[in-house]
Design a protein around this ligand. Structure first.
Ligand SMILES: [Zn+2]
Length: 302
C-alpha cells in the first residue's frame, strides 16, 4: 500500500488540513475528507494521483468534526463506490448533520460558511460502524481501527500494520512540518482529558512507527511527540483550572493561555509565523472554552 498526503490548502494555507490517499491493488481509499470548502483541492489531489471517483472504495473518518469529515455528504455523491467508516457515536451525525452544524455554529458563528461550507447527509446504506480492533481491507492492505476518545468521545485512529503508520486524527494533537511543538486541540463541547490520557497510553501499546496527525504531516519521534502532548495537556488543564479559581473570565484566560503557549512554542524554536498556522487548526479562545467546560463538567460530577 502506498500512502500519499493530499494538502487541502485550508483557507489558502498550506499544511493545515490533510487528507490521506491510500493506493494499492484493491483500489484507492481515503482517510479524512476535510471540509466542504476544500472539496476542489481534494478532487484535484485524486486526479493528480490518477484516481477516479469510482476508484475510491473506502473513506475512513477519525471523527465527524467539520474539518475532518465535513465533505462526506458531497463525497458520497462524487465517490459512488465508497463506503464511509465511522465510530458508532459519530454515525447519526453523518446521517443527519443538522445537530452537528448547530453545535459548530455556536463556536464559529458567522464564519461557518467561509470556513466549512455546507454539510450534506451521507445515505445510511453507505456507512459502516467500526469498533475498536476491527480490521478493514483497503487499498491492497488493511487498516485497524483503534478507539481513542479524548478530543471527542467518538474518535478512531487507524493503524496500517505493514508500515506502522497511525492516522491519528486529532488524538495525537496538532503539529506542523518542521516543528517539534505539539498543541493539544481542546475545543468544546466534549473533550475529556482523562480519557485522552488513556488514549495516549493506548497508542503507546499499539506501538506505531509513525504518527500522521490530520493537522499535519508525518512524524517518527513517536514517544517524544506523545510525551510532549501528554505533558502539555495536563499542564494546560491545571493552568486553566487555577485561573478559573482566581475568578478570571474566559477572555483573560484565553489571553494568558496564548501568552503561555506562544512562549512554549518559542522555547521549541517556533516563532509567531508558526503560531498563526497552529491557530488555524486550533485557536486559543476555542481551546480555552473546551478546557473550561471540561473543568466545570468534572466539578459538577464530583
Ligand atoms: Zn476535531
Amino acid at each position: 500500500m502506498k500512502i500519499e498526503t493530499i494538502d487541502l490548502d485550508f483557507m489558502d494555507t498550506e499544511q493545515v488540513i490533510a487528507s490521506f490517499l491510500l493506493l494499492g491493488d484493491g483500489g484507492a481509499a481515503l482517510v479524512e475528507t476535510g471540509p466542504t470548502t476544500c472539496l476542489d483541492r481534494l478532487t484535484a489531489g485524486l486526479e493528480r494521483h490518477g484516481v477516479s471517483g469510482e476508484d475510491v472504495r473506502q473513506v475512513f473518518l477519525t471523527h465527524i468534526h467539520l474539518d475532518h469529515a465535513g465533505a462526506s455528504g458531497h463525497l458520497s455523491e462524487a465517490l459512488s463506490n465508497a463506503t464511509f467508516y465511522v465510530h458508532e457515536v459519530g454515525y447519526p451525525h453523518l446521517v443527519d448533520p443538522s445537530k452537528l452544524v448547530k453545535s459548530a455554529t455556536r463556536i464559529y458563528g458567522e464564519r461557518m460558511e467561509e470556513l466549512w461550507g455546507e454539510a450534506r447527509p451521507v445515505p445510511e446504506d453507505r456507512i459502516e460502524i467500526l469498533e475498536d480492533g476491527r480490521e478493514t481491507e483497503a487499498a491492497g492492505g488493511i487498516l485497524v481501527a483503534h478507539d481513542t476518545p479524548g478530543h471527542a468521545y467518538h474518535h478512531l485512529a487507524y493503524l496500517e500494520p505493514d508500515s506502522g503508520a497511525l492516522f491519528a486524527g486529532d488524538v495525537a494533537g496538532i503539529r506542523l512540518p518542521g516543528q517539534s511543538y505539539v498543541r493539544p486541540p481542546t475545543p468544546p463541547p466534549e473533550i475529556d482529558v482523562e480519557a485522552w490520557m488513556q488514549s495516549i497510553n493506548y497508542i503507546r501499546q499499539v506501538g506505531p512507527a509513525s504518527l500522521w496527525p490530520t493537522h499535519f504531516g508525518t512524524y517518527e519521534d513517536v514517544e517524544r511527540h506523545l510525551g510532549e502532548l501528554e505533558q502539555r495537556l495536563q499542564d494546560w488543564l491545571l493552568f486553566v483550572e487555577a485561573e478559573m479559581d482566581d475568578g478570571m473570565e474566559r477572555e483573560e484566560i484565553s489571553e494568558q493561555l496564548k501568552a503561555k503557549g506562544d512562549a512554549e512554542m518559542l522555547a521549541e524554536g517556533a516563532g509567531t509565523a508558526q503560531s498563526g498556522f497552529y491557530d488555524l487548526a486550533g485557536s486559543y479562545p476555542m481551546l480555552t472554552d473546551g478546557l473550561m467546560r471540561y473543568v466545570s463538567r468534572r466539578r459538577k460530577k464530583d
